[in-house]
Design a protein around this ligand. Structure first.
Ligand code: TXA
Ligand code: MG
Length: 335
């Protein structure tokens, strides 16, 4: 399949992309979090095509993307908390899970009775969804198991030849996927993101945090995506848990390995395969760069292991750590 790449983004080209969605095709598009791989969320065949293009198991449900928070009325059973969350955080990087209405096919929800809704704030995403006039089902636009795409080039690399169109916009501002909260039946954080637990608590004081956020799942996960291998570069990632000095000492002879470190780790940045993810004091910067840095290691042919620091888990840091732990397949070394 020939994939059309749209570099010149305007109402004419976005209308063409919207038409592609309406006629059952797949279009990758930028959002403020990561790039998404979109299809018509009312069309079971489009959902099947999304799973196929990504190589993703079809029981891992998709988020539906809406132009306005009120559009959720048509697709799921909303409640007061949804609207409180919407007022505070939408449009923006928040996904809310609610009981689905019949119009949403089970192919989109992986067979579940609930559906995940999100209203992106990115202007290109917003206009594209508005022009499509249908909800757009979109997982992250990467091949399954790979780090999520935060730059158009990542999407082109993973999905060229597998989908109809790629809207090649700017790099994503946030860099990690949306915060996911379920309200069905009660408030629980399923995936951390830029919107933090403390912020959510202001609206849902009793919010619980799923065990799966930082632990390997046992039994049936609340969010099917939590059980799969995720965010993984080609080389094996290992997290180092200990002081900066212990990290420097441990890495002293690891000159052939990939090293993900902080901007401040001048000691490590001298190494051949070291890359900085951001300042140690800025989890926000780490979030923005994490997936791109993990992908950069794929370009270095001969490395088989990447060592990364166990990052702080407070605030936005929880989102970074959640992705890193999964990238490492839960391999953590006490040093
Ligand atoms: O920021 C984002 O959310 C990006 C952009 C493109 O919007 N999308 C994204 O989609 O990250 P995806 O498919 O890569 O991750 C969605 C996660 C999966 O872990 C999935 O299992 C979970 O949401 N999910 C979707 N619907 C669900 C449902 N009804 N119940 C529980 N988990 C659900
Ligand atoms: Mg994903």
């Amino acid at each position: 399949m020939d994939t059309k790449i749209i570099n010149d983004i305007n109402d004419t080209t976005l209308t063409e992309a919207a038409e592609t969605i309406k006629s059952g095709g797949l279009v990758a598009f930028p959002t403020e979090t990561v790039y998404g791989l979109g299809g018509n969320a009312l069309d079971p065949t489009a959902a099947k095509k999304i799973y196929e293009a990504k190589g993703r198991p079809s029981n891992n449900p998709l988020i539906i993307h809406l132009a306005e928070p009120e559009d959720a009325e048509k697709y799921c059973y909303t409640n007061e908390i949804y609207y409180k969350l919407a007022q505070r955080f939408m449009p923006g990087p928040l996904t809310v899970i609610l009981p689905k209405k019949d119009i949403i096919p089970y192919e989109v929800t992986g067979g579940l009775e609930t559906v995940a809704v999100r209203v992106p704030s990115d202007p290109v995403a917003h206009r594209f969804i508005e022009l499509a006039g249908v909800p757009i089902a979109a997982p992250s636009a990467n091949l399954s198991t790979k780090p999520s795409p935060t730059m158009a080039g990542h999407v082109i690399r993973d999905l060229s030849g597998r989908i109809d169109m790629i809207i090649a916009g700017d790099d994503c501002d946030i860099g990690v996927e949306s915060t996911i909260i379920t309200l069905s039946p009660k408030a629980k954080l399923l995936r951390p993101g830029l919107i933090t637990v403390d912020e959510l608590r202001e609206i849902c004081p009793d919010i619980e945090i799923s065990d799966a956020v930082l632990n390997q799942h046992t039994g049936r996960p609340e969010s099917p995506g939590m059980m799969y291998k995720h965010y993984s570069p080609r080389a094996n990632v290992v997290l180092l848990c200990g002081s900066d000095e212990a990290r420097y000492e441990f890495l002293r002879d690891k000159t052939d390995c990939g090293i993900l470190c902080y901007n401040e780790d001048t000691e490590l940045l001298r190494y051949r395969y070291a890359k900085a993810v951001g300042s140690k004091s800025s989890p926000k910067e780490q979030a923005k760069n994490l997936f791109a840095r993990l992908r950069d290691f794929d370009e270095i042919e001969n490395i088989t292991t990447i060592y990364a620091p166990m990052t702080a888990s407070e605030g936005i840091g929880l989102a970074v750590l959640n992705r890193l732990i999964r990238a490492a397949g839960f391999e953590i070394l006490d040093i």
